[in-house]
Ligand binder design. Structure first.
Ligand code: MSP
Length: 513
């Protein structure tokens, strides 16, 4: 647990809002855990954080899912939305606000945004002809569909041809601005390969205006289009605005000004274009500042397939945590793959990661150290020397500098690696020191100093691990007999001069296959 903000820095962080046509799977959990780890990291630095997540509840796909479940649409979205918020609570996701696009305040913000754009002359009515994929809620050009063998380029299912009167947002008008903006701000779309992908797309395609309405007669589930009673708002236009409606755009100007623009917006690469093209243009047209960065991470796959409901290969986080615990799952997801790359999900990788890092390296270090503290010192460690041992110094200092910089850069995997490098040195210290021999020789002072050094090391790594595995960090603090409230200012050597141990069961039992 972190303390009150002290840095004077505000940090606004978002996840995508997830569709409620089905319950959350490991892919949704991944992005949300990423954002949670960043939020916790920033809070430990003393920043004031606003962490937003939520659910995307409109559109034809949702209506169809409710129908298939034999439920009233509102009841259905209430139920599935709850599956998301409940899962987040269960896996330690501490968001500040959970937005639902069926909230009245969101509806008002969307309607206000459309009125502003209409007053500016950025919205017009015209005939709309397109190929549309219902499950993906995506429109495709003739060439895109043709290239995909007359199927949806994403999900490879048949598309529908649509021709109707609709309202359009003048996206194309902002194309030159967007290109220049992306050129001038190469760190806006992260990682670099996604920046290049968007630039490449803009170089090879002329932006079309965006159709932002749907006739009520066809899609009856959405926000009323404020300019015309016969229409509702296109679900993506509605959804993207959640990032500002959640802050009070169009209602609570003070709160909105306090938090916007976002510092980082996370999503996976499947919705990169919506966030790197539509979203900045919508903000520009609304005269609002751009988010500082958007980060499109990779996909978790099984074999060659992206994990998704439509592929039928989902991993349910509730099942996984039964096997490896909440922190086991959080650790695996953030350690196994460098943010931005795809990850291959398989049980062998999960077991190896949890057993080798968490059970062997960390769990063993903590357990054996506390065991020795009980055995040799009856749980009370009062050293004569509180300095850092020579063999720790270099690796400890390198961990401190690397960890903060890597976490600030969202490289969780390397940040965790830097912590575990220190853990290994501590384990080696135990083997090299051979405390059992010191005990035989009655070198009590040496044993005390040795144990103290390990306890300090463990305490500091617990602080650094806390953004990723918060329950484990809290458990370590409890076992060290220390408060569970801390922040990064506490990660200094010899903050505590002695220890009173309260050992519990090992942190991570080995998973047997
Ligand atoms: N509702 C839209 C987003 C609107 S945001 C204004 C949507 N929803 S979704 O339910 O399909 O969620 C997509 C997001 O879930 C991805 O961008 C990613 O964050 C996460 N993931 C879903 N499947 C995933 C994987 N297999 N791997 C990694 N992330 C995954 O799109």
């Amino acid at each position: 647990m972190d303390k009150t903000p002290t840095s004077g820095i505000k940090f606004y962080i978002t996840t995508p809002i997830y569709y409620v046509n089905a319950s959350p799977h490991i892919g949704h959990a991944y992005t949300t855990i990423i954002a949670d780890a960043v939020a916790r990291f920033k809070r430990f630095k003393g920043d004031e954080v606003f962490f937003l997540t939520g659910t995307d509840e409109h559109g034809e796909k949702i209506k169809k899912a409710a129908l298939a479940a034999g439920k009233n649409t509102q009841d259905f979205v209430d139920e599935v939305s709850l599956n998301f918020s409940r899962l987040w609570e269960k896996i330690g996701v501490r968001y500040d606000y959970f937005i639902r696009t069926t909230d009245a305040s969101h509806r008002q913000a969307v309607q206000k945004a459309i009125k502003i754009l209409a007053d500016k002359g950025d919205i017009y009515k015209s005939t709309y002809h397109s190929l549309y994929c219902v499950p993906c809620e995506a429109f495709w050009t003739d060439t895109q569909v043709k290239d995909a063998g007359n199927l949806c380029p994403d999900c490879k299912r048949p598309v529908e041809t649509i021709e109707e009167e609709n309202y359009f947002f003048k996206l194309s008008q902002y194309e030159p601005w967007l290109k220049q903006y992306l050129k001038d701000n190469p760190g806006f779309v992260r990682p670099k390969i996604r920046h290049n992908e968007v630039m490449g797309f803009l170089d090879n395609n002329k932006l079309q205006d965006l159709c932002i309405s749907r006739p009520k007669t066809r899609v009856g589930w959405g926000i009323d289009f404020p300019l015309d009673n016969n229409y509702i708002v296109y679900v993506w236009f509605d959804a993207l605005l959640n990032y500002i409606s959640a802050l009070g755009f169009g209602g609570d100007e003070k709160k909105f000004k306090k938090w916007w623009p976002a510092d980082i917006q996370f999503m996976a690469k499947d919705i990169l274009r919506h966030h790197a093209i539509f979203w900045p243009i919508m903000l520009k047209a609304l005269d609002l500042p751009m988010p500082k960065a958007i980060f499109a991470h990779g996909w978790w796959k099984i074999g060659e397939e992206k994990i998704s409901k439509s592929k039928g290969n989902i991993v349910n986080p509730l099942d996984l945590i039964k096997d490896i615990g909440v922190d086991g799952m959080r650790y695996f997801l953030l350690r196994e793959v460098t943010l931005g790359l795809d990850g291959n999900y398989n049980w062998t990788a999960v077991v190896n990661r949890v057993n080798s890092d968490l059970a062997n390296d960390l769990g063993n270090l903590v357990y054996r150290t506390l065991n020795m503290a009980e055995k040799y010192e009856q749980g009370k460690v009062n050293p004569s020397h509180t300095g850092i041992p020579g063999i720790f110094k270099e690796i400890f200092e390198s961990m401190q500098t690397k960890y903060i910089a890597l976490m600030d850069d969202y490289d969780f995997s390397a940040a965790l690696e830097s912590i575990f490098a220190f853990t290994s040195v501590m384990n080696k210290y135990v083997e090299d020191t051979k405390p059992w021999n010191l005990a035989k020789e009655k070198k009590e002072e040496e044993i005390r100093n040795f144990l103290y050094a390990l306890l300090e090391g463990i305490r500091i790594i617990a602080i650094y691990l806390a953004p990723v595995i918060p329950q484990t960090a809290a458990s370590i603090m409890r076992q060290l007999g220390l408060p569970e409230t801390f922040d990064f200012r506490d990660a200094v050597w010899a903050k505590y001069k002695s220890y009173s141990i309260k050992k519990e069961a090992p942190l991570f039992p080995r998973i047997e296959t």
